[in-house]
Design a protein around this ligand. Sequence first.
Ligand code: UTP
Length: 286
Amino acid sequence: MKKVRKVVIPVAGLGTRFLPATKAQPKEMLPLVDKPIIQYIVEEAVASGIDEVIFVTSSTKRAIEDHFDRNFELEYRLRQKGKREQLSEIYTISDMAKFIYTRQKTPKGLGHAIWTAKELIGDEPFAVMLGDDVIDSKTPALKQLIKVFDKYQDIVVGVTKVAKKDTGKYGIIDPVPIDENTVEIKRFIEKPSPAKAPSNLAVTGRYVLTSEIFDYLGKQKKGAGGEIQLTDAIAKYIKKRAGYACIYKGDYYDCGNKLEYVKAIVNYTLKRKDFRAPLKKYLKNL
Ligand code: UTP
């Protein structure tokens, strides 16, 4: 049985929905309380058993590389000031996993970003996590997907239930139920209107793929928005082989969207013991 050890995290997108904040900094580095979004994602990967993190970056995303590297000067100054807690916190970030970086020279779409990691993946199964999608859950969402992969040894996408009126914002699957948390995917439909949507199960930022997906991504066919889309490649793959969806238990936030990001901040701040009571009081009085 092949184990999932590697994750590809594409972070080379332009982040146009979050301008002007993303003019000079990556959206993936925006904080939720005091940790950047991307750190939550890497922590979820590590807690799911991943030991190699492959970032697909671009020239404007250097801050992400620096965040997961050592910062000797800062470490020295914290040591001098006796700030042991902060020192150990920043020190452990670079030790979480093995980090590898590859560049996507032009943002030709998510499918193309994953294609750039082909040589680094080889013939292993691998996970994909979108760099701006956080999922708050007891059991890490990716771990839930990997459990399904271990059983079926074929593609698994993470899905969550969305309001029927919102199906037009997502990739929606046509499901064949297997059990409470797993369905087989009959087909994908990109952003269907509520009337045309076969379900309300939306694809949301987590995937486990087999290396055969590169045969489909390699065709480099442009899809929606003139971009090379991952969902197009998965849709073709599923026609030849099987594909599954894991209805993970957890709350999904698309932090590339301004309002969803604000909701994520409120959620993650309320989860913090030190901020919960004062924030609740503040919100109540607003
Ligand atoms: P998004 O769909 O959020 O696209 O990508 P985007 O370009 O980052 O943002 P908007 O839509 O312009 O606001 C989902 C993930 O895929 C990465 C992004 O960095 C993000 O983490 N991505 C997207 C790439 O790495 N390369 C691409 O060409 C497109």
